[in-house]
Structure formats: structure tokens, C-alpha cells
Design a binder for this molecule. Structure first.
Ligand code: AMP
Length: 211
């Protein structure tokens, strides 16, 4: 089964990807995490990606399409996967459609003002990439990752100015990806402005997963 998660940056795709992973044991491919890992490793890909990501822009389609195709060809993804953060443009969706059959594209819908509030309060583990929120999902110990004990940080692209730029890009480009899947009958939409648990319930219902 291949599930595509759509939604604005900060809509909760990563959090819900983890929940689906726990329920279905499907591996996750998160392009944002892959790019951040490439940046942390100091690779050429990372350097190139950083020059686009720093300003809140998207990395070029060819680069990200190659990265995802390479991942999808690995045996661990033979049984399917959850795609988080890809595709973000119609060109990416078309390339993906040529490589694999998508079972469902699930869009998590959250108003911009809720996204802004969420992202400025988000704290991310620089080591294992787990995310927390100072109000709605705080770590057990303030400023420390529950999973690996690393000191949490604020991603540069979670700062308000960058968040607004990313939302603008989302509305301009990624929204057409939704229409791409709607036209193919694979789009499902759920409200994601409630609590994490409430959204998980809607996500599971849409995917036919028993709670
Ligand atoms: P994310 O963690 O999914 O919000 O991604 C963080 C950043 O990585 C985005 O703002 C983009 O700069 C870049 N990125 C992630 N996925 C893609 C994609 N599918 N296409 C282009 N850029 C991406």
C-alpha cells in the first residue's frame, strides 16, 4: 500500500505518518528528513538543498524526484510506504505516478493561522528529527527529546517569516497536487486543526484502519 500525505507545512503530516506507521508497519519516506540528513552529512546534495531550503523555497523537482525514486527502488519499500512531503508539485506527482501506483492521497486540512501558531511553537530533535510543541505536545523534560535525549532546537524554517513564505508556496504550487489526485479519484481530505488524537481518528477512519 502506498499512502501519500498532503497538507501545508505544519499540518501534521509527520506526526500522522508516525501513527500510520505504528498501525500498519509501513515505512515512511519523508523528503524533508532526507534533505535535512543530507545537510547534516555535509554532502553535495545537502549543500545544494540547503541553498533552497534556507529561504523557505522548494528544492528543484529533478533533484527530489531522483532522491525518492532511489529510495522507492530499495527492497524495504517493496511492500509499500507512507510518503510525507512528496509530491509537492504536479511534476513530482506525475513522476511518482509513472514509478508506482498510489492507493490513497490523504490531505490534512489546517487553516493558515493555526499553522503559524503551531510552527513557531515547534521544537525538533536535531538527531532523530522527532518533533514536539511547547503547548500541545511538550516533551516529558523541557527542551529534551523523549526518544534520544538530545537537546531540542528550532528549525530555521519554522521561524514566522519563513513559515509565511512556505505557506505562500504551498498555496501557489502544492494545492494543484490535490487536484491532480482528486481527478484520479484517490484524494481523501480530513480536518487537521483539532488535537493530534482527534486528527489521528479522522486519518485512520479515512484509511480504513481500526483504532
Ligand atoms: P518538510 O520537512 O517536509 O516541511 O520539508 C522541509 C523543506 O524541504 C521544504 O521547505 C523544502 O525546501 C524541502 N522539501 C521537502 N520535500 C520537498 C519536495 N517534495 N519538493 C521540494 N522541496 C522539498
Amino acid at each position: 500500500m502506498i499512502i501519500v500525505l498532503l497538507g501545508a507545512p505544519g499540518a501534521g503530516k509527520g506526526t500522522q505518518a508516525d501513527k500510520i506507521h505504528d498501525a500498519l508497519s509501513l515505512p515512511i519516506i519523508s523528503t524533508g528528513n532526507l534533505l535535512r540528513e543530507a545537510i547534516a552529512s555535509g554532502s553535495d546534495l545537502g549543500k545544494l538543498a540547503a541553498s533552497f531550503m534556507d529561504g523557505g523555497g522548494l528544492v528543484p523537482d529533478e533533484l527530489i524526484i531522483d532522491l525518492v525514486k532511489e529510495k522507492l527502488s530499495m527492497p524495504e519499500y517493496n511492500g509499500g510506504c507512507i510518503l510525507d512531503g512528496f509530491p509537492r508539485t504536479v511534476q513530482q506527482a506525475e513522476a511518482l505516478g509513472k514509478a508506482v501506483d498510489i492507493d490513497v492521497a490523504l490531505s490534512i486540512e489546517v487553516p493558515d493561522e493555526v499553522i503559524e501558531e503551531r510552527m513557531v511553537g515547534r521544537r525538533t530533535c536535531p538527531k532523530c528529527q522527532t518533533t514536539f510543541h511547547i503547548k500541545s505536545n511538550p516533551p516529558k523534560k523541557e527542551g529534551v527529546c523523549d526518544k534520544c535525549g538530545t537537546t531540542l532546537g528550532i528549525r530555521h524554517d519554522d521561524e514566522l517569516e519563513v513559515v509565511d513564505r512556505r505557506l505562500h508556496i504551498y498555496h501557489q504550487l502544492t494545492v494543484h497536487v490535490k487536484e491532480y489526485y482528486r481527478a484520479r479519484g484517490t484524494l481523501k481530505e480530513v480536518h487537521g486543526q483539532g488535537t493530534i488524537a482527534a486528527t489521528t481518528e479522522l486519518v485512520f477512519k479515512a484509511l480504513g484502519i481500526e483504532l
